[in-house]
Ligand binder design. Structure first.
Ligand SMILES: C[S@@+](CC[C@H](N)C(=O)[O-])C[C@H]1O[C@@H](n2cnc3c(N)ncnc32)[C@H](O)[C@@H]1O
Length: 278
């Protein structure tokens, strides 16, 4: 029984890190004209209403996109300008109500010839995703994204970008994500893969990282945002692995997150290193 709903978390600080990295990666990959196959293994419902009952219940966007939106409205932040322009495209005027989920970030950058496959297991989320995808060149697949990814490889297009963003509702997700990533890389070694994970007090991500370090995959960038003042319960921060990151992504990501800290939008320590070097 699936209970995770991203509507409770959309636009939080973890989404900022993940979606900034996704958007920057896509834009850097567009420096070459060859078509890209994009695969979103855990897509969610594509667009989130920040005034919904779910969003208001947790208020997570208040310390994420809402604070960034407000602060940047008063003092422009160069590292976030393009990201915020993309969010503004979904909204009217200065009012922030809608926030894009990962399929919408992928789709915003889609060029003719680029392919987008979005997997989602939850039936209500899939219906919302299908409604959003109508008329767009997006294939929505109501199936397990881990298995779906492996079936879809090698990709039809010369280049590949994958986001693996499971809810980690079950502990198995950590090792399933690691094993899926290792197998997927075997089928497309030049692919760019983003794997998101939460930083929890129990440190459940450590086994996942160890499994990845023990494999044969190379060139894995680790990007972690640790809250300076974490809440009593819940996440201590947010983590992302990027396999085969495009040139300058590492610097762009560091600049963007450090800017959130310097401006007080998100007091945090940023750490990035090579989990597995070249
Ligand atoms: C963290 S949310 C995705 C958020 C989305 N990637 C974004 O960044 O906007 C995880 C999603 O995965 C879905 N899900 C859970 N298990 C899944 C599975 N095995 N395969 C595909 N989707 C799954 C959940 O219903 C949920 O919508």
């Amino acid at each position: 029984m699936l209970s995770y709903l991203h509507a409770f978390h959309a636009g939080n600080y973890a989404d900022l890190q993940k979606h900034f990295a996704l958007y920057a990666t896509l834009r850097l990959m567009h420096n070459k004209a060859t078509a890209i196959t994009c695969i979103d293994t855990h897509a969610g419902s594509a667009v989130y209403d920040l005034t919904s009952e779910q969003a208001r219940k947790t208020g997570e966007a208040a310390a994420g996109i809402e604070r960034l939106w407000r602060t940047a409205g008063q003092q422009p932040l160069a590292s976030w300008t393009d990201f915020l322009a993309a969010v503004a495209d979904l909204n009217s005027g200065d009012t922030l109500q809608r926030y894009p989920g990962s399929p919408a970030w992928f789709q915003q950058c889609q060029r003719p010839g680029d392919e987008l496959l979005a997997f989602e297991l939850h039936s209500n989320e899939t219906s919302r995703l299908q409604t959003w995808a109508k008329g767009k060149p997006v294939r929505v697949i109501n199936a397990d994204g881990f298995r779906g990814l492996l079936k879809a490889l090698p990709p039809r297009n010369p280049r590949l970008l994958v986001l693996i963003d499971p809810p980690y509702e079950v502990k198995d997700d950590y090792l399933t994500a690691a094993d899926t990533l290792l197998k997927a890389w075997q089928r497309c070694r030049h692919g760019v893969f983003l794997l998101w994970y939460p930083l929890l007090p129990a440190g459940l991500h450590k086994d996942m990282l160890a499994r990845i370090q023990g494999g044969t995959m190379r060139k894995v960038l680790r990007s972690e945002v640790w809250l300076r003042d974490p809440p009593g319960r819940g996440m201590l921060g947010t983590g992302l692995l990027v396999v085969n990151p495009p040139w300058t992504l590492e610097e762009q990501l560091a600049q963007a997150i450090n800017d959130l800290d310097h401006t007080g939008i998100l007091p945090c320590h940023y750490q990035s290193d090579w989990l597995v070097p070249e």
